[in-house]
Design a protein around this ligand. Structure first.
Ligand code: HEC
Length: 176
């Protein structure tokens, strides 16, 4: 918001300067008006110019840069993350990225399936974390049956952390 206000202010000031010059009959007239002022007046004018130049030249870029870096950590590929999902992103990097590819977490693991491709729901992620995946589970243990591509250990994460990873994965998989 501050960035937008500064941006508008810049154009407002620029517009005013153009108007001022035009109203005084072009650049020569504008100079004449400025130069007829007292020494103190000229000093004040110079100060204002410096303030405007520094304020807009350095101020606007700084505000935009700061705003961008604050946004960068809270979203991936234009998808806004809640604070829980941000934690989920970190947890994914620590616990899942070695085996799974997920663009939004910059993960390129090749042991398990590419999560951008299979786009699991939050429930499936939670289910998989809780039960793990076994290539040939005992016939009675249907919960641990997966895609048949390998083994994923159960309970890598639990409780709140499992929830955070699951909501992050479900939100971003295949979106970036
Ligand atoms: C040791 C490697 C490894 C780690 C670590 C790992 N996985 Fe997996 N994951 C696999 C493999 C292998 C499969 C495929 C199993 C199969 O097809 O039978 C899989 C499958 C999955 C599936 C798909 C299940 C299905 O039925 O389609 C999801 C979702 C998943 N993993 C999420 C995660 C999450 C989230 C984490 C981190 C908490 C994680 N994995 C950590 C190896 C891993």
């Amino acid at each position: 918001m501050l960035a937008v206000a500064l941006f508008c202010a810049f154009w407002a000031v620029l517009g005013f300067v153009v108007f001022f010059v035009a109203a005084r009959g072009g650049p020569a007239g504008a100079r004449a008006t400025i130069q007829t002022q007292t020494r103190g007046g000229r000093k004040a004018l110079a100060t204002i110019f410096v303030l405007v130049y520094v304020g807009f030249g350095a101020g606007i870029p700084l505000v935009f840069l700061a705003g961008n870096s604050a946004n960068a950590s809270s979203q991936v590929g234009g998808i806004k993350l809640t604070s829980a999902e941000k934690i989920g992103r970190e947890l994914f990097g620590q616990h899942c990225g070695v085996c799974h590819t997920l663009a939004a977490a910059n993960a390129v693991g090749k042991v398990g399936p590419n999560l951008d491709t299979i786009q699991p729901s939050q429930d499936l992620v939670l289910h998989t974390i809780a039960n793990g995946c076994f290539q040939s589970p005992p016939p009675t243990d249907t919960a641990a049956t997966c895609l048949g591509q390998g083994t994923m250990p159960p309970l890598i994460l639990q409780g709140k952390q499992a929830q955070e990873v699951a909501s992050f994965v479900a939100k971003v998989a295949g979106k970036e």
